[in-house]
Design a protein around this ligand. Structure first.
Ligand SMILES: *[C@@H]1O[C@H](CO)[C@@H](O)[C@H](O)[C@H]1NC(C)=O
Ligand SMILES: *[C@@H]1O[C@H](CO)[C@@H](O)[C@H](O)[C@H]1NC(C)=O
Length: 372
């Protein structure tokens, strides 16, 4: 493991030196020779900062849990130097026209001063740092989908620096679910059952909170796993104030009797196959949609599967049947005739008050699910 790390440290030194010596960029071959004889000829022990690059595979963690992003290094023992400065940065998104991705500073630390940037306050710590100044591993809690990205750990000692990057993927999606016939029609037992029937489980308060932190707004009170009833509100408005007045936040009715009736928030973890849109010119009823998917070696997608596919980027402005008899479609690029200005999975209801699944003989497309 360590020898592999050593090789990577060399690789990094070479590319860094190329940046320092502009001539290398102009004459790549010469630069390569130079680096082999000068830059990379040095032994690893000569580097002041040595990163111990342990993991480069993407770390997958579930929504609302805590992840530990490793960053370990050693310093050349002989040299007397000031304490190392540590800097964690998040890098994400598509490269823009300037070829750069977005960057956001997470935390800086030097000796016994650790400064957490505002956007991450209350959620990040360096749990191993007090005990060992060479352990800059970062713990990030209350994981949100938007935390997915590349995390860069830089260690600077005087004019020397080294860095390592760790890719993080936050998995899972929270969705609101309403019974087929009406709003607020699910007991606590029903709530747990309908989530299971839709490839999901009832969401925890932490999962709803993490989704709220990413902008989720939904004015429907729903059961959660601790038997409480809550809903996430970004912009308070009449009918949605709940237990608070005018500030954004997750509204909480507290723990309720299991016979009371509400909607539910479910959590779908991971897609183990593929969801695809399928259509025939004459359109499909619920029964023929099911047959249609079977004929393709698939089955009607569940609601949880469609949400996971939406999260992974599925975008289709065509309402289609799902296994529970609901009709929905996934939108990632909001556009005028596709249900409003926000990305999301749209649900087609039978009544203007957003209740009731369509009649099973109504004609739509289908969303099929194909297991790998
Ligand atoms: C670094 O700190 C983390 C978090 O406390 C700990 O789990 C890990 O074992 C530490 N590693 C070393 C090499 O000290
Ligand atoms: C919504 O409308 C339907 C049909 O008019 C009605 O049966 C149902 O009770 C209404 N639900 C709510 C919550 O108002």
């Amino acid at each position: 493991m360590f020898s592999r790390g050593t090789a990577e440290v060399f690789g990094m030194r070479c590319s860094r030196m190329q940046g320092v010596l502009p001539v290398c960029g102009l004459q790549p071959l010469l630069a390569l020779l130079l680096l082999q004889t000068v830059g990379c000829g040095v032994t690893n022990a000569d580097a002041v900062v040595n990163m111990r690059k342990v993991t480069h595979q993407t770390i997958s963690e579930e929504l609302s849990t805590t992840v530990l992003l490793p960053c370990l290094f050693t310093l050349r023992p002989s040299s007397s130097h000031e304490p190392p400065r540590i800097k964690w940065t998040k890098v994400w998104g598509q490269r823009g026209s300037d070829g750069l991705q977005k960057e956001q500073s997470v935390l800086v630390a030097k000796d016994n001063v650790v400064k957490v940037k505002k956007a991450f306050q209350g959620r990040v710590t360096l749990p191993g740092y007090n005990e060992n100044r060479y352990n800059a591993s970062l713990a990030l809690s209350g994981l949100r989908s938007s935390d997915s990205g590349l995390y860069r750990c830089e260690v600077v000692v005087g004019i020397n620096d080294e860095q390592d990057t760790v890719p993080l993927e936050v998995t899972g999606v929270v969705f609101h679910y309403r019974a087929p016939h009406d709003r607020y029609a699910l007991s606590f037992a029903d709530a747990k059952r309908v989530c299971l029937e839709n490839s999901a489980v009832i969401a925890t308060p932490g999962q709803l909170q993490a989704t709220f932190a990413d902008g989720y707004d939904n004015c429907d009170a729903g059961w959660l796993s601790d038997q409480s009833v809550r809903y996430p509100i970004q912009s308070p408005r009449p009918g949605c104030y709940g237990d608070r007045e005018d500030s954004p936040g997750v509204r909480n009715y507290g723990k309720r009797s299991p016979d009371e009736l509400f909607d539910v928030y479910c959590f779908a973890k991971q897609l183990q196959g593929e969801v695809f849109h399928s259509a025939v010119p004459e359109k499909l009823s619920l029964a023929t949609a099911s047959t249609h998917c079977h004929a393709l070696g698939a089955q009607l997608s569940t609601v949880g599967q469609l949400y996971l596919a939406w999260q992974a980027g599925l975008d289709q402005c065509d309402p289609g049947w799902l296994a529970d008899g609901s009709v929905r479609y996934p939108i990632n690029v909001p556009r005028k005739n596709c249900g409003g200005g926000e990305p999301g999975v749209r649900t087609v209801y039978n009544n203007p008050n957003r209740t009731g699944f369509p009649d099973t003989t109504a004609l739509f497309d289908a969303y099929c699910y194909w297991r790998y």
